[in-house]
Design a protein around this ligand. Sequence first.
Ligand SMILES: Nc1ncnc2c1ncn2[C@@H]1O[C@H](COP(=O)(O)OP(=O)(O)O)[C@@H](O)[C@H]1O
Ligand code: SF4
Ligand SMILES: [Mg+2]
Length: 478
Amino acid sequence: MTEGARAGDDVNVAQTGEPEAASRREPGDVLVRVRGLRKHFPIRSGMTRRRAGTVKAVDGLDFDIREGETLGLVGESGCGKSTTGRMVMRLLEPSEGTIEFGGRDLTGLSRGQLRPLRRDFQMIFQDPQSSLNPRHTVGTIVGLPFRLQKVTPEGGVKKAVQELLELVGLSPEHYNRYPHEFSGGQRQRIGIARALALRPKLVVADEPVSALDVSIQAQVVNLLDDLQSEFGLTYLIIAHDLSVVRHTSDRVAVMYLGKIVEIADREDLYTSPKHPYTVALMSAVPVPDPARRESRDRILLKGDVPSPMDPPPACRFHTRCWKAQDICKTREPPLAELTTRHQVACHFPENMPAEDGAGEAVLLGKRAPGGTGPAVAAVAAGEGAEAAAESPAETVVETPVESPAEGGADAPAEPAAGTAGKTPAEPSAETSARTSAEGDAAASVESSTGTPAETPGETPAEDSPKAPGKDTPPTSAP
Ligand SMILES: Nc1ncnc2c1ncn2[C@@H]1O[C@H](COP(=O)(O)OP(=O)(O)O)[C@@H](O)[C@H]1O
Ligand code: SF4
Ligand SMILES: [Mg+2]
C-alpha cells in the first residue's frame, strides 16, 4: 500500500485488495479529450411550456483521459457527474464544447455515424436493477451489443456470452435466466459483462457500486480492476464516494456545481488537497480506525449547495467557503496548474508549498485558521450521519459515503415468480429524463449500443429458475 492509499483509511474497499496496479500504470496517449463541455437544461413550466430557467448542470469542463488510466470523477449529488458521463458517452448532446475520442471529435456526429464507434466506449450504470431489461434473459442482454453491432464472434454469440459471464464471475449456465433471479452484485456483473462484450477501449462507470450492499462493493471494484489489467481498459469512474474513487483511480477530478475545481494524481490529491471543497470532502470520508478517527477533525460546511439554476458568481464555492474573500465573489479562479500535474481553481489554495506563498497552508482535516468567510469550519469526529445529527445547526458536506440503495440490492433475489408480466414496469422515458440520470439507465444502455431491441415473441427459457444466484459465489471475492 502506498502512503496515498492509506491516508484516508476508508471504507470496505480499502480492506480488500491492492488497488496499487492502478498507480503503477504508465499513462498512455490521450484517449479522451474534453474541452469547454457544457450542458444547460432548459426548464419549462405552465401550459405553454414557456422557459422558466436553465439548469447549468455542466458548465465548462476541460479534462483528458489517457489510455489505460482511470480517471475518477467525484462530487456531491447533483454537481453534474452523470450528465458529464452521459455526454462523454454521447447519450446526451452537449450544449457546448467538444469531446474527442482517439483524436476524433464526436460532437456533431449523427446517430448513424456514431453507431460503429460506440463499440469502443461503453457504460456501466449505477442501478443494475433498472439498467437491465427485466423481460430479457441474461443471454439476450449480454448478447445485445453483438446483435446491434452485427458482430459475430468466433464460435457464435452464445459461446461469447457464456465466456463473458465466466469472465465476470458468473456461471455460463446463467445464460437463460432473468435479471430478477440475481442479487444486486450479480446483476452489476451482468451489466459489466454487457459493457465488455465488444471489448471497448473506454468504460464509463456511473456510480458502479453505489447501489450495492457495502459487503459486495469491494468485489465489484476488484473485478473492475482485474478487467482493466486484463484488457487494458480506460475508465472514467464516477462516484460521490471519495473512498471508492481512491481505490480505483490514477487521477481524480473533483466537481462542484457543474465545474471541476481540482484535478490531480490520486496520491497527490489525497495527501495534499488544495481546493477547500476537496479538503472538506476528504474530511468527511469515514475512518474505520477509532484511534485515527479521534485524531482527525472534520470540516462541516454551512449552507446548502446552491441551485445550479442560479449558481453563485465567480467562485461558485464562495457561499460555503471559510476562506472566501471579496475577490472570490467577483473573479472566477481559473483551473490552473499550481504544482506538477495538479490543477486547482482557487484564489487561496490549501497545502501549498511554503515558497509558493499562494494561500495559507493547512493540514488536511484541520480547522482552517481564522476563516473570514460566511461558512464555519467546525469539527466533528463521528461518521456522517451521526455528525449531522449531533450538529443540527451545521450542514455537513453532503457525505460522500451514502448508505446502500434502498431495497438491499444484494439481498437474495426473490423467488422466481418470473414472467415478464410480473416484473416491474420500466420508468417512462419522460419521467426518467426529468427526474434522475440513473432512472433512465435502461433506455440509455440500449441506446448506448444502438437502439432498444425488444425481442418479440421471446419466451422465458425452459430451465426452471432456482434459488437465484446462490450457486455462484463471485470469483473475485476479497
Ligand atoms: N434531463 C434533465 N433536465 C433537467 N435537469 C437535469 C436533467 N438531468 C439532470 N439535471 C440536473 O442537472 C444537475 C446535475 O445532475 P446530474 O448530472 O445527474 O448530477 P450528479 O450525477 O452529480 O448527481 C442536477 O441539478 C439535476 O437535477
Ligand atoms: S478561497 Fe475563494 S476561490 Fe478558493 S474556494 Fe474559497 S471562495 Fe473559492
Ligand atoms: Mg449521478
